[in-house]
Design a protein around this ligand. Structure first.
Ligand SMILES: [Zn+2]
Length: 212
């Protein structure tokens, strides 16, 4: 699709993170720099499986994309998301999304690190949280609890919206790497469980992607 910044830099993301936006990755790739515009591309086996146009303007990230729900017609969607810069625990600033979701007539506004596209819009996981099946909820909680425990053990703060703390003094590099890896694994599992729950909102090709 056309739209923002055709011919501008594209940022490619591995498909396992399909249809989620991570504010830290966007920041690292320079996508949040004022005036920047381009495409964010999701890949699967080196093949493009989705893309959205983005532009950054005065603390807002504007998204432009097309969706097709329930096999209906393609629809153009524009979404504007506020980026909040918060003082960081370890000095400096770090960005958060302000979730633009409106649930039961209330604006969500949560400060989150990730937004998901479970339907038409990119929203935080709370907004998509209709009711977990008890089983996946338990597993989901277990994964996040484990990740948060490791995060605090390393001296950081719980929640995937935060950076993982730097290596504590006296800890082996290898031990530290293993803990980091486990945190990321647990959080990826939690993301997958979350996305599965909302698979009914995804298209057939997106479902195929999730379940293989
Ligand atoms: Zn929300």
């Amino acid at each position: 699709m056309g739209g923002y910044g055709s011919g501008r830099p594209s940022h490619k993301q591995k498909a396992e993170d399909c249809r989620s936006l991570d504010v830290n990755r966007l920041q690292r790739e320079g996508c949040l720099t004022n005036g920047r515009a381009g495409h964010w591309v999701w890949l699967r086996n080196e093949e493009e499986v989705g893309r959205i146009g983005y532009s950054s303007n005065n603390g807002r990230l504007n998204l432009d994309y097309r969706v097709r729900l329930y096999g209906g017609d393609w629809e153009s969607v524009s979404q504007s998301i506020c980026i909040h810069q918060a003082s960081c625990h370890y000095g400096g600033e770090r960005p958060y999304f302000r979730c633009p979701g409106i649930v039961n007539g209330r604006h969500c506004g949560r400060r989150v690190g990730k937004l998901f596209s479970g339907g038409k819009y990119f929203l935080c996981r709370h907004c998509y949280n209709v009711a977990y099946s008890s089983q996946s909820e338990l597993r989901y909680d277990r994964m996040l609890r484990r990740a948060n425990k490791l995060r605090t053990e390393l001296g950081g703060e719980p929640g995937s919206a935060h950076w993982i703390a730097p290596k504590p003094k006296g800890m082996w590099q290898r031990t530290y790497q293993r803990k980091r890896f486990e945190i990321q694994w647990c959080e990826n599992q939690a993301d997958r469980l979350f996305l599965r729950k909302f698979s009914h909102l995804l298209s057939k090709s997106e479902q195929a992607f999730l379940f293989d």
